[in-house]
Ligand binder design. Structure first.
Ligand SMILES: Cc1ncc(COP(=O)(O)O)c(C=O)c1O
Length: 389
């Protein structure tokens, strides 16, 4: 018995439910190269505080030229997955540079940071593995855990930053002889707070757990230092770093950096690396140029400037992501609209991106914001009811 129109009715009902919950969203076109530009529907000129281009490297002339040169040499797309024929010399060069920058034995580039997290968790977690994941981890880690569960792993979601619960959970799981993975954002994308990496390394070392650090937003955090065992000289814990080329590095793509055996395993087993087209040569070249800048005195100057801009808005805050929690969705939307009326684009973040009742403004700062833009933002926030971070 067929049911004509059932799928169309289902889709229409789902759309109605999203509107009914006041959660409808659509991309808005921002015609911009950098923080200042025009919203195309209203033709309003605005300054954006919404981008993750924390050092402005997507606009850096050296980065842009590297992308253009790569297109001139290799064309627009890579045409195949890395293991087939999509790998250009620039992909390999980028992986060497990423490993050097993150101080690891090796690195592998994925199409996105999202794909990198899927690859890590679905490759390393399976039967007999317990995964411990912070409740505020990014959606790509959540979905990686779902894949890991489908592979037979056991998933434990921990209260945000609860190290005692982690320790207790690892005690219980390790006692049964199973292997454990601890996975966390280093800088949390919607809250702008940070994990205690040295404490996590110490806990993982004690329980022989694999530590997976997602460093997507950790532009102001230092590279994790894993102490060595005085007897053997070996690192006390095994750490795998997941990162993105799409935020601080100003391009598009993701990567994993860590011990050579773990990287080789990903190349041979991670489905989100194997069965997808390689990052474009232009993105790889742009990211390679960006890593070069980050490792230079100019990179240090950009990070110092970003640090000082963060301190202007919220002294001592660890990341360029500054949340202003307003509670109900309509308060966050009204605050965002009020800032927009003043030419400042600060998005309202609502469920399902954050838990119900914690809707917020999310301010993201970049080293290429001008002093005047930051002063205007600070003044506008001070005028909002409940707007001071
Ligand atoms: C913590 C975290 N991990 C991973 C990702 C995914 O990175 P990408 O945008 O490169 O897919 C994001 C992106 O928003 C993120 O915030």
């Amino acid at each position: 018995m067929t049911n004509p129109g059932a799928w169309s009715r289902w889709a229409a009902e789902r759309i109605d439910a999203i509107h009914g919950a006041d959660q409808w969203r659509a991309p808005r076109n921002f015609d911009a190269a950098g923080p200042t530009g025009v919203l195309t529907t209203s033709q309003q000129k605005v300054v954006s505080f919404a981008s993750n281009d924390y050092l402005g490297l997507s606009q850096h002339p050296v980065v842009r030229d590297a992308a253009v040169d790569a297109i001139g040499r290799w064309g627009a797309g890579s045409g195949a997955s890395r293991l087939v024929v999509g790998s250009r010399p620039v992909h390999h060069e980028l992986e060497l540079a990423l490993a050097d920058w993150r101080d690891t034995e090796a690195a592998v580039v994925f199409p996105t940071g999202f794909a990198a997290n899927l690859g890590v968790l679905s490759t390393f977690a399976g039967p007999g593995v317990h995964v411990f994941s912070d409740s505020l981890n990014h959606a790509s880690i959540v979905d990686g855990c779902r894949l890991a569960r489908a592979n037979g792993a056991t998933i434990h979601i921990l209260e945000h930053l609860d190290l005692e619960a982690l320790d207790a959970g690892l005690c219980a799981a390790g006692g049964s002889g199973d292997r454990c993975i601890v996975v966390t954002d280093v800088a949390f994308s919607m809250d702008g707070d940070v994990a205690d990496v040295p404490a996590l390394i110490e806990i993982c070392a004690r329980h022989d757990a694999l530590l997976v650090l997602d460093e997507a937003h950790s532009v102001l955090q230092d590279i994790p230092v894993v102490p060595t065992d005085p007897a053997t000289g070996a690192p006390i814990a095994t750490v795998v770093q997941v990162g993105t080329l799409s935020k601080t590095l100003g391009a598009l793509g993701g990567f994993v950096a860590g011990p050579r055996t773990f990287i080789d395993l990903l190349v041979n087993r991670a489905r989100s690396y194997i069965f997808t087209t390689a990052v474009s040569p232009a993105d790889a070249a742009a990211a390679l140029a960006a890593v070069g800048i980050l490792n230079s005195p100019e990179g240090e100057q950009l990070r110092t400037r970003l640090r000082s801009l963060v301190d202007t808005i919220l002294p001592g805050h660890p990341t360029p992501i500054i949340p202003i929690i307003l509670g109900e969705e309509r308060r966050a939307v009204a605050a965002s609209q009020s800032l927009l009326d003043q030419g400042l684009l600060v998005p309202a973040i609502r469920p399902p991106s954050v838990p119900a009742g914690s809707s917020r403004l999310r301010v993201a700062l970049s080293a290429i914001h001008t002093d005047e833009q930051i002063t205007d933002l600070a003044a506008a926030l001070a005028r909002l009811p409940g707007g001071t971070p």
